[in-house]
Design a protein around this ligand. Structure first.
Ligand SMILES: *[C@@H]1O[C@H](CO)[C@@H](O)[C@H](O)[C@H]1NC(C)=O
Ligand SMILES: *[C@@H]1O[C@H](CO)[C@@H](O)[C@H](O)[C@H]1NC(C)=O
Ligand SMILES: *[C@@H]1O[C@H](CO)[C@@H](O)[C@H](O)[C@H]1NC(C)=O
Ligand SMILES: *[C@@H]1O[C@H](CO)[C@@H](O)[C@H](O)[C@H]1NC(C)=O
Ligand SMILES: *[C@@H]1O[C@H](CO)[C@@H](O)[C@H](O)[C@H]1NC(C)=O
Ligand SMILES: *[C@@H]1O[C@H](CO)[C@@H](O)[C@H](O)[C@H]1NC(C)=O
Ligand SMILES: *[C@@H]1O[C@H](CO)[C@@H](O)[C@H](O)[C@H]1NC(C)=O
Ligand SMILES: *[C@@H]1O[C@H](CO)[C@@H](O)[C@H](O)[C@H]1NC(C)=O
Ligand SMILES: *[C@@H]1O[C@H](CO)[C@@H](O)[C@H](O)[C@H]1NC(C)=O
Ligand SMILES: *[C@@H]1O[C@H](CO)[C@@H](O)[C@H](O)[C@H]1NC(C)=O
Ligand SMILES: *[C@@H]1O[C@H](CO)[C@@H](O)[C@H](O)[C@H]1NC(C)=O
Ligand SMILES: *[C@@H]1O[C@H](CO)[C@@H](O)[C@H](O)[C@H]1NC(C)=O
Length: 734
């Protein structure tokens, strides 16, 4: 265990000190020596300099940094330059003209080469010297300085006591030698120029002073020279992505050495381009940097961006690029015109906005007024009051209604009649509804509407047209019903519809459904309800020919403790209970009478009131009754209804109808009894059919129904006593 740990630690240590991760140095590298900053790829210990090349291995000795043992480094630049001190080569002679002292050097630079930024300089009278470089190509240059007397102090390095020459060494020169010589016997110049000096110095670092330098330049001993370094011996293209740079906002460039590459930060970034750690190229904040200063004349306008910056002038000012200052924009005529136009438009906009708001408020007020006028208040009160069981009424908005009916388009009218107009509406969820709109300016209609809402809110029965909701924001209220698409029973019986006439079975089922519904209204609903306007025009048929009782505008809710109610007589002639008509006393037997008439209509296919019939038989009840009395029932029953084995049922049904239409209410049966009796007929009938095995007939009926529903978009519906030519509304007692 211990051994393992030791090995692990040793391995880590080894890795840390030998491997460069991704060509990068360790984190703990010494970054300076004396006052020289050590920049990667150079380093002074293993793991700190660029591993592939030992020439980046520097030495720090007594606060001095050295390159290759004895070249003192004074600075390292990222762009591929190294500044190092080079010794002065010299030869000195005594007063007799014999050589007294001499020094010259051969510099071996290995992977670093001499830069052409240096100047080769000779100081001394009657002297010459030369520089020889070695590499793939050899190179030599030299210079002669002659003078017999002390040169002028400010003569410059122009051949008298000093000469200098630019060097243009071959790019791979990595060794060089400097030697100096005298030109002739030097005894004549000994007093002021005993030595001949020669050295390389970076252009501009040496300033010749004849009095000072001719005698004692040896005391300086060293001058800074520039050397070029690069990484590897490949170009950027050759090294590809193995390059140290190109990823971290830095980029590669071919070295001036002619071999290898160097890196630099992208414009607007600074840092060490050979690194990917925190010292890598980072965005310069030109606005705060003291080195890379922004050039905005007002520092507060400077805005830094990644890799750049800009000067942002205040509104109304523009940037003058010549001196980077903000100048007030001079507004020309165009600007003034634009400003005025914008101002004018703004005012117009505000005015129209205010107008719109006022209009909006007015509409809202009007809506509220209509809502109250339409009994909205009462309705809400009543709906939320006690005894409501089915207050699932939706309140629709005026806009909603308008769009669903396509702006009350004429093509959407399903029917028109007593209580108003019925439109076909398509709600946003694509469901089809019937929308009933009261006639304008008839307050009694409004009352009936509210009444209908209240009554229907109490009922939930499959044979009653479902009220979905209402809209009270309009001048006249709107009621929204489920859409029943196959017309009214009146249309089916009296022929305003195509298709086969109803069979006896269908008629009986419809009768049972109506009777059942009325029985439910009279006894089963949470508050007994008298429909008051039962008639074929108010019975809707859906695509399955299922009866749906509609139009509860005249209906009355009867409080539990009251058997009878005195009301204004309302109803339709032909169906109106004569007793109720005479006394104004309303009870559920009035509905029984009306149902009797409907049943007779179903049996005879004759209208309740027909002026084409003989005087005594204008009223259907009298017509059937007299036929019964005179034993010619056959003549009055619709022949399409009769078949071989239903005569008995027809007779019984006629009997029920007769009982229902008795003059005295008390003698009429209850609706529950009627429903039961008819249901009984239907059951025996069904049984009969089963035993008789007429499967074909049933199929035929279904086919007939299919045709009917296919043509189901009829022009007339019975959400109201619509298109009922033979019926008249009676509102006696008003
Ligand atoms: C380094 O520091 C010495 C004194 O400590 C100073 O004379 C010399 O100029 C400095 N060199 C640089 C390059 O700053
Ligand atoms: C010069 O660089 C090469 C790699 O490019 C290296 O192998 C060689 O050792 C270097 N020479 C010296 C003297 O550092
Ligand atoms: C780096 O240079 C120093 C001094 O010249 C030398 O002692 C050391 O061995 C060198 N390191 C490598 C890895 O060459
Ligand atoms: C420069 O001169 C010094 C002192 O005489 C000597 O130690 C050093 O090695 C010389 N440098 C070179 C590159 O010869
Ligand atoms: C450069 O000089 C050296 C030493 O004098 C010599 O050996 C070499 O052949 C020369 N190279 C060329 C290309 O002349
Ligand atoms: C140089 O010239 C002086 C006098 O002009 C003479 O005395 C001396 O011997 C000469 N030296 C040499 C080495 O020729
Ligand atoms: C040296 O510097 C002077 C002025 O500073 C410049 O004109 C000249 O071109 C430079 N020479 C070299 C080789 O850089
Ligand atoms: C230069 O050095 C010499 C001896 O090495 C000395 O006599 C002389 O005073 C020095 N000159 C200056 C200007 O420091
Ligand atoms: C580059 O350096 C490597 C290793 O020092 C050497 O093998 C290769 O030949 C050199 N390539 C060129 C083009 O100098
Ligand atoms: C360098 O690029 C080559 C092809 O573009 C790729 O196959 C290789 O993995 C890359 N190497 C590195 C170190 O990204
Ligand atoms: C380049 O610099 C920008 C700004 O500092 C930084 O968001 C981005 O990540 C850098 N890109 C890389 C590759 O480091
Ligand atoms: C580097 O040098 C090569 C060959 O001289 C050249 O093709 C390439 O374009 C250069 N690349 C850059 C970045 O200068």
């Amino acid at each position: 265990m211990k051994v393992q740990k030791l090995i692990l630690v040793a391995t880590c240590f080894y890795l840390a000190y030998t491997q460069l991760v991704d060509g990068q140095p360790r984190n703990d590298c010494q970054t300076s020596c004396g006052n020289v900053t050590i920049e990667y790829p150079f380093g002074i210990s293993q793991g700190c300099y660029y591993a592939d090349d030992p020439s980046f291995n520097l030495t720090c000795n007594k606060e001095k940094l050295f390159f290759r043992l004895n070249l003192e480094v004074i600075s390292i630049s990222h762009s591929g330059e190294l500044r190092a001190m080079n010794n002065i080569s010299y030869t000195c002679y005594d007063s007799q003209g014999t050589l007294s002292d001499e020094d010259f050097y051969l510099y071996r630079l290995a992977n670093v080469s001499l830069s052409n930024k240096n100047k080769f300089t000779i100081v001394g009278c009657n002297a010459y010297a030369y520089l020889t470089t070695y590499g793939i190509q050899n190179y030599s240059t030299g210079c002669i300085s002659g003078c017999d007397s002390q040169p002028a102090a400010n003569g410059g390095c122009k051949g008298a006591g000093c000469c200098s020459t630019d060097v243009s060494v071959p790019s791979d020169s990595n060794r060089f030698r400097i030697r100096s010589f005298r030109l002739q016997n030097t005894t004549s110049v000994y007093d002021f120029s005993p030595c001949k000096y020669a050295f390389l110095a970076e252009n501009g670092t040496f300033d010749f002073d004849a009095l000072r330098d001719l005698k004692n330049l040896r005391n300086v001993t060293q001058f800074p020279m520039v050397l070029d370094w690069s990484i590897g011996n490949q170009t950027c293209e050759q090294v590809g992505n193995a390059s140290l740079c190109g990823r971290y906002n830095n980029t590669c460039f071919n070295s001036t050495r002619g071999t290898g590459y160097n890196c630099k930060c992208l414009k607007g970034f600074e840092g060490n381009p050979y690194l990917s750690n925190e010292h890598r190229c980072l965005d310069i904040d030109e606005c705060t940097s003291t080195i890379h200063k922004h050039n905005c004349s007002d520092p507060s306008t400077c805005k830094n961006t990644v890799g750049d910056f800009y000067c942002k002038c205040k509104f109304g000012y523009r940037l003058d690029k010549t001196n980077m200052s903000c100048k007030r924009k001079d507004f020309g005529w165009a600007t003034i015109l634009l400003g005025t136009t914008i101002g004018f438009l703004s005012i117009l906009l505000v005015v129209s906005y205010v107008q719109q708001r006022m209009k909006h408020r007015k509409t809202a007020e009007l809506r509220q007024k209509f809502f109250q006028q339409n009994g909205g208040g009462i309705l809400v009160q009543r709906l939320s009051g006690p005894g409501t069981s089915n207050a699932n009424i939706q309140i629709f908005t005026e806009e909603g209604m308008k769009t669903s009916t396509n702006g009350y388009d004429e093509s959407r009218i399903l029917g028109q009649g007593g209580q108003g107009t019925v439109y076909k509406g398509i709600l946003p969820d694509n469901s089809i509804v019937a929308i009933k709109k009261a006639r304008l300016g008839d307050t009694s209609q409004v009352e009936q509407f509210i009444n209908e809402v209240l009554v229907l809110s109490q009922i939930n029965h499959r044979n009653v047209v479902k009220l979905l909701g209402c809209c009270l924001e309009t001048e006249v209220p709107l009621l929204v019903y489920e859409f029943i698409n196959s017309g009214t029973l009146f249309d089916h019986l009296h022929g305003s519809l195509f298709g086969p006439s109803l069979t006896w079975e269908q008629r009986l089922r419809i009768a049972v459904e109506i009777a059942g519904t009325l029985a439910y209204l009279h006894s089963s609903a949470s508050i007994p309800i008298i429909h008051r306007d039962v008639k074929t025009a108010n019975i809707l048929l859906d695509e399955n020919l299922t009866a749906k009782v509609a139009d509860f505008g005249a209906s009355r809710l009867i409080p539990m403790n009251k058997e009878q109610l005195t009301t204004m007589v309302q109803g339709t002639l032909g169906y109106l209970d004569p007793e109720y008509y005479n006394t104004g006393m309303l009870n559920e037997k009035s509905d029984v009478y009306s149902f009797g008439v409907v049943l007779m209509e179903l049996l005879s296919s004759q209208k309740a009131l027909c002026f084409e019939r003989p005087l005594q038989s204008k009223h259907l009840v009298h017509y059937i009754a007299s036929a019964m009395k005179e034993n010619r029932l056959h003549e009055v029953i619709d022949e399409k209804v009769i078949n071989e084995n239903n005569w008995k049922e027809i007779q019984e049904a006629v009997g029920v109808a007769m009982e229902c239409t008795r003059v005295t209410g008390e003698e009429r049966p209850l609706m529950t009894e009627v429903a039961a009796k008819l249901e009984g007929l239907r059951v025996t009938k069904t049984k009969h059919q089963w035993s008789d095995q007429y499967p074909g007939e049933e199929t035929e009926n279904l086919v007939g129904v299919g045709i009917l529903s296919a043509q189901g978009d009829t022009s007339s519906t019975g959400y109201d006593s619509i298109k009922n030519v033979a019926s008249m509304h009676v509102a006696a007692g008003r």
